[in-house]
Design a protein around this ligand. Structure first.
Ligand code: NAD
Length: 493
């Protein structure tokens, strides 16, 4: 049964047709279970629209369609054709980019200013991936024994992709683009609080001429749609972004079912180091982008700041003043505001709980420490200092606009404190010294080191974690390769 399109108007005045159905085999259809997800506006707490919530049967149907499309169209055609469709998709997104950014802010609560950047990164990444479609290259290997040896890269097959709510569009394109470029087909599950742009994106796939069954998008519960994908015998790879606990469960189930490939982008508690020779003026915006961008709901947030003792007394008052002046909080659609709303009530409650824990643990507050207003989910940018390294606010991921500041003496002390974490996603270094930058970048245990910048992503540069922040990489050639397997051919004459 065909599902409805609902006319929605974004708070900044774009009226558009929001698809509300499951996107399977190029159609928006109703769920067989009759359940829906109520989507709300985090800035007001009011309901926006109901979308269909998929079941196990819906998911199985989508996997069958993706399997058929993999075998009959997408993986077998000329790769230039895949690239052509992907470039068309990127062009359609470019034409609609202000609307897409507005949907993102309305659904997620993030500042529109930031959402516009997310959309641009997403478009750039689709184009970058499309350019790889005809570069599924192997290598020839000279074994010196008279054999001819070479490798070829092949797509893995049907992929299941599961994403969180903090970057609904960017996480979707980071997953879909390399999978498509390499010739895979897929079923993607958006996070329940943020399905709107995923379904809108599906309508652009239709318009761009992506063949039926290649891209399927099913909102629904993690324990329903998510688990069906994870355990499905026809799915050959799961790409997951979300919390470490959920990621571990997925790795186990994926192995037990059919040993499918797994890539995991998980949580973090990333350290941001400021050395004595840092330029304070350049450092302040980097620290702020590190922790208050997207209201701190970034897996790589620089949520532990470590400041060397020689600059500590100067940096803290400067940071307090800068944050109180610049990190303004309010409606996502007020483009003068730096920070919008927290995405959902559960996350808002978690953040407020951690702020209370920090106060109980005896940490001092430099600024913030409370929520704002009664409607929607707004939290003041919050900085704790005089913390101990064993405090829960220093150890555990908060996933909100809350940061701790600790003091260190030598480079070795600072790095040891930074590395004392079960996570290893991002990390930051603020210094004017090339040798400190190089030395510390080598010593930090993290998937990314940002020097004199932070949370600064580029479509060609891989992103991902070590330790309990996961494995596998998003973006760059690494993401593309992670959607392929290598076949070796050895010929005897
Ligand atoms: P989550 O793990 O609860 O959910 C993520 C997704 O997994 C959602 O779509 C959810 O429905 C689904 N899911 C839940 N249970 C599942 C199950 N048993 N089987 C299959 N799927 C299931 O995380 P969240 O609350 O949506 O997102 C916040 C977390 O994600 C944070 O911990 C954050 O650090 C992490 N994150 C990491 C990255 C990264 O790139 N490393 C990016 C964004 C968010």
């Amino acid at each position: 049964v065909k599902a409805d399109f609902v006319k929605l108007t974004t708070p900044n005045g774009f009226t558009y047709e929001q698809p509300t159905g499951l996107f399977i085999n190029n159609e928006f259809i109703k769920s067989q279970g009759g359940e829906t997800i109520s989507v709300e506006d985090p800035a007001t707490g009011k309901k926006l629209v109901d979308v269909q919530s998929g079941t196990k049967d819906d998911t199985n149907y989508a996997v069958d369609c993706a399997d058929k499309a993999f075998k009959t169209s997408w993986s077998t055609q000329d790769p230039k054709e895949r690239a052509r469709v992907m470039f068309k998709l990127a062009d359609l997104m470019e034409q609609k980019k202000d609307l897409i950014a507005s949907i993102e802010s309305m659904d997620n609560g993030k500042a529109l200013r930031l959402a516009k950047g997310d959309v641009q990164i997403s478009i750039d990444f689709i184009r970058s991936s499309a350019g790889l479609a005809d570069k599924l290259d192997g290598r020839s290997i000279n074994t010196g024994d008279g054999y001819v040896n070479y490798t070829i890269r092949e797509p893995v097959g049907v992929c299941g992709q599961i994403i969180p709510w903090n970057f609904p569009l960017m996480m979707l394109t980071w997953k879909i683009a390399p999978a498509l470029a390499a010739g895979n087909t897929l079923v993607l599950k958006p996070a329940s609080p943020t399905p709107l742009n995923a379904l809108y994106f599906a309508s652009l796939c239709q318009e761009a001429g992506v063949p039926a069954g290649v891209v399927n998008i099913i909102p629904g519960p993690g324990r329903g749609v998510g688990e069906t994908l994870t355990t499905h015998p026809k799915i050959r790879k799961i790409a997951f972004t979300g919390s470490t606990g959920t990621g571990k469960g997925i790795a186990i189930k994926a192995a037990e079912s059919n040993l499918k490939k797994v890539t995991l982008e998980l949580g973090g508690k990333s350290a941001h180091l400021v050395f004595d020779d840092a330029n304070i003026e350049k450092t302040l915006p980097n620290l702020v982008n590190g922790i208050f961008l997207n209201a701190g709901q970034i897996c790589s947030s620089g949520s532990r700041i470590y400041v060397q003792e020689g600059i500590y007394d100067k940096l803290l008052p400067a940071l307090q003043k800068y944050v109180e002046e610049k990190v303004t909080v309010g409606s996502p659609f007020d483009e003068t505001k730096f920070q919008g709303a927290i995405n959902n009530k559960m996350q808002f409650d978690t953040i407020m709980k951690y702020i209370a824990i920090g106060k109980d643990e005896g940490a001092k507050i430099l600024t913030g420490g409370e929520s704002i207003g009664k409607d929607g989910y707004f939290v003041k940018p919050t900085i704790f200092y005089d913390v101990r390294e064993d405090m829960r606010i220093v150890k555990e991921e908060i996933f909100g606009p809350v940061v701790t500041i600790s003091k260190f003496k030598t480079i070795e002390d600072g790095v040891a404190m930074a590395n004392d974490s079960e996570f290893g996603l991002g990390s930051g270094v603020q210094t004017e010294s090339v040798s400190t930058a190089l030395k510390v970048s080598k010593m930090l245990k993290a998937g990314t080191v940002w020097v004199n910048t932070y949370n600064d992503f580029h479509s060609a540069v891989p992103f991902g974690g070590v330790k309990q922040s996961g494995y596998g990489r998003e973006m760059g050639i690494e993401a593309f390769e992670a959607y392929t397997s290598v076949k070796a051919v050895r010929i005897k004459f």
